[in-house]
Design a binder for this molecule. Structure first.
Ligand code: GDP
Length: 341
């Protein structure tokens, strides 16, 4: 029978309990589901797919906000201030993280219990550290599924935090509705972001620590506005705003959130909000296919056997990279024993 991705999902009793628990907004069930999603065991991966599949019809109702900035920019101070503000407004908030450094250091940007101390104590907030194992792509896939589980559990605001290093900003921008940058009010920092091409993906820039030197903060804001002005906006309906905030003094928090709400309103009206989510879902599917193909390729017995020899031949110039690649790929296609030699 042909595989049908949309056929009803059969769950065993344990997983049914998890799904029911998440839908009943039980934090313990949500935490367990995310642990399942983060597991690298093959049987867990299969179960996780079923559980997420069963939760899928209950997802999509949150606003997904990415928050990025260099270490020390004030992200956690800001998330704590914003989180408390949102809860006071009646929201339920989940905070997740994509931290490419955590797999190297074994630490995690949300792992430190002293961060977001007051937010941690609020029942309306669910805070989850970044998974500590795997590549950026692997960590991101798990965060994405954790996000869906949080939505199914009724959290209506999802904040995805990431540190401003490497590819993590682009990865997070690819899973959220609106991507925001927390910046420090100094020009060096601005230039670095501009150079790295981060500006292009920012939907909103918040200059933090504006309390320290309001004049410098105003200059930074003007510089950012100018830099953003020079770019062609990603949406014809949205020019990324630049605001001054102080996470420490809890200033600019409401303004930040008003911009998020405005963004949602404007892009929903233009159809861009839904279109972006659809594109993200398709991009995600393709990235999973690519990862899967890569694994299939590496694990293919004939590829496994031929790879050392062909690697050697390419390295010594006996074979061209093209010929070697074609030969290896042919194993996948036909299982044939094609060879370049
Ligand atoms: P993160 O690494 O980006 O999460 O940064 P943190 O939130 O841990 O903040 C780094 C340091 O900056 C801490 O000592 C904070 O107290 C301080 N900080 C954060 N926001 C502000 C702010 O708006 N004004 C001032 N003066 N200090 C801040």
């Amino acid at each position: 029978m042909e595989a049908n991705a949309s056929s009803p999902i059969e769950l065993d009793a344990v997983d049914r309990q998890l799904v029911d628990g998440v839908l009943a907004k039980q934090r313990r069930a949500l935490a367990k589901t995310i642990t399942l999603v983060e597991s690298t065991r093959v049987d867990h991966l299969r179960r996780a797919q079923k559980v997420i599949g069963a939760l899928l019809p209950h997802t999509g109702n949150a606003i997904r906000v990415g928050i990025s900035g260099v270490p020390g920019a004030g992200k956690s101070t800001f998330i704590e201030a914003l989180g408390n503000y949102l809860i006071d407004q009646g929201h339920h908030l989940a905070v997740l993280a994509v931290d490419p450094s955590s797999s190297v250091s074994g630490g995690s940007i949300l792992g430190d219990k002293t961060r977001m101390e007051s937010l941690c104590q609020r029942i309306e907030a669910f805070i989850r550290p970044s998974p500590t194992a795997g590549s950026l792509g692997g960590v991101a896939a798990k965060t994405r599924e954790a996000m869906l589980a949080c939505e199914a559990a009724g959290y209506d605001v999802i904040l995805v935090e990431t540190v401003g290093v490497g590819q993590s900003e682009t990865t997070v921008a690819g899973m959220v509705d609106i991507f925001t940058l927390v910046q420090l009010p100094n020009a060096g920092d601005d230039l670095q972001a501009i150079k790295k091409g981060i500006v292009e993906i920012a939907d909103l820039v918040a200059i933090n620590k504006s309390d320290i030197d309001p004049k410098a903060a105003a200059v930074a804001r003007a510089q950012w506005k100018q830099a953003l002005h020079m770019l062609r906006p990603a949406s014809p309906n949205w020019r990324p705003p630049v605001i001054n905030i102080s996470a420490f003094k809890k200033e600019g928090i409401a303004e930040f959130w008003n911009e998020i709400e405005l963004y949602r309103k404007v892009t929903t009206g233009s159809g861009e909000f839904e279109a972006k989510r659809k594109k993200q879902a398709l991009d995600w599917m393709w990235s999973l296919i690519e990862t899967g193909l890569h694994t299939l390729f590496k694990n293919h017995p004939q590829v496994h056997t031929a790879l050392p020899r062909l690697t050697q031949q390419v390295a010594t110039g006996q074979t061209t990279p093209n010929a070697a690649a074609q030969c290896l790929l042919a194993y996948l296609e036909t299982g044939a024993v094609a060879d370049v030699a």
